[in-house]
Design a protein around this ligand. Structure first.
Ligand SMILES: [Cu+2]
Length: 130
């Protein structure tokens, strides 16, 4: 689930630092193999879901965003960022879902929304693949 918290509806544009947002994965763990992510945007901003590996030493939420307000996506395994469609696109519109199916090995992963400032505003979640 991708969401914005608070009742204040901003007028377009990029999210400011400090805006409250969330990315919640349910369940927080699942079995290795073919995994389908269905990202439901319950918020009012556009969001996305990017799947990245998390190394043994790393903790979710510790990636450092660049000047553009985004974290590096070089190790992205795939993403759901298209409204009512699979795979990557221009983002998932408010009220819409996007999805992506990946083959994942056992390990730890970090789910991220990497639109400007969304990661630093809390849009990350750890996912364990058993
Ligand atoms: Cu977002």
């Amino acid at each position: 689930m991708l969401a914005d918290m608070g009742m204040t509806r901003m007028v377009g544009g990029d999210a400011p630092m400090g805006a409250r947002m969330m990315l919640d994965a349910a369940p927080a763990s699942t079995s290795a193999g073919t995994v389908t992510f269905v990202a439901s945007n319950m918020g009012w901003r556009t969001h996305e879901l990017v799947v990245m590996p998390l190394s043994d030493q790393a903790a979710a939420g510790r990636r450092v965003a660049g000047a553009d307000g985004r974290v590096a996506e070089d190790d992205s395994l795939g993403e759901a960022s298209s409204s009512c469609a699979a795979g990557s696109g221009e983002g998932i519109d408010a009220g819409a879902v996007g999805w992506v199916t990946l083959r994942l090995a056992p390990g730890r992963y970090e789910l991220v929304c990497n639109l400007k400032n969304h990661y630093v505003n809390g849009m990350y979640e750890e996912l364990t693949i058993r």
